[in-house]
Design a protein around this ligand. Structure first.
Ligand code: AMP
Length: 213
């Protein structure tokens, strides 16, 4: 089963993708994570995308489609979860083509609906474990008092450089201008399901499970 998690930054796509990986042996393909890795390891491509990402703008379709193309050739396990990809109509068309070439289908597109005020609150409070990527939130899921990640025991926590109000505004603008048209695109294709992304993590997880049942 291959699925897309669609929604604005902070909607909870990464958190839900991790649940699906654990429980269904799926593979999370987060273009944001791939780009951050490239940036942190200082590759040529990483250098090109660093400023664009810091400003909260989208990197070129060509770069992200290339990243996804490579991953689709690898182990497919229980299927792919596309997290933060596609973000433009051109990326969506490219994904359809790439899946077809691999003899794969797109089984669901799940839109995670969250209002903008909640997004700002979530994003400015978020941090992740530097070792395993577990997501924390200062208000709703604080880092444990002993300073150790509840998932892996790691003791280093990171805040994303682009999780600040200024670049968030730009990321939201990009979402509404370039990514939200995908909601209509997948609706018209009969592939769209929507869940309320504002609920408790476990409630959102249950709603996603219903869509995939
Ligand atoms: P994310 O972790 O999904 O919020 O992505 C972080 C940043 O990486 C975005 O603000 C963009 O600059 C870039 N990015 C991630 N995925 C894509 C994509 N599919 N298309 C273009 N840019 C992307």
């Amino acid at each position: 089963m291959n699925i897309i998690l669609l929604g604005p930054p902070g909607a909870g796509k990464g958190t839900q993708a991790r649940f699906l990986c654990d429980e269904r042996n799926m593979i999370q393909l987060s273009t944001g994570d791939m780009l951050r890795e490239a940036k942190d390891s200082g590759t040529e491509m990483g250098k090109i995308v660093a400023d664009v990402m810091a400003r909260g703008e989208l990197v070129t379709d060509e770069i992200v489609i290339g990243l996804i193309r490579e991953k689709l050739k690898g182990d497919k396990k229980g299927g792919f979860i596309f997290d933060g990809f596609p973000r433009t109509l051109a990326q969506a068309d490219a994904l359809a083509e790439l899946l077809e070439q691999e003899g794969e289908t797109l089984d669901a597109v799940i839109e995670m609906q969250v209002d903008d005020n909640a997004l700002v609150a979530r994003i400015t409070a978020r941090s992740t474990c530097g070792s395993c990527g577990e997501v924390y939130n200062d208000n709703t899921k604080p880092i444990p008092a002993d300073g150790k990640c509840s998932n892996c025991g790691g003791t280093e926590f990171k805040r994303r450089a682009d999780d600040n109000e200024e670049s968030l505004k730009q990321r939201l603008m990009e979402y509404y201008k370039k990514t939200s048209p995908l909601i209509g695109y997948y609706y018209a294709k009969g592939q769209l399901s929507s869940v309320d992304g504002l609920g408790e993590m476990s409630a959102v997880k249950a709603d996603i499970a219903k869509v995939l049942a």
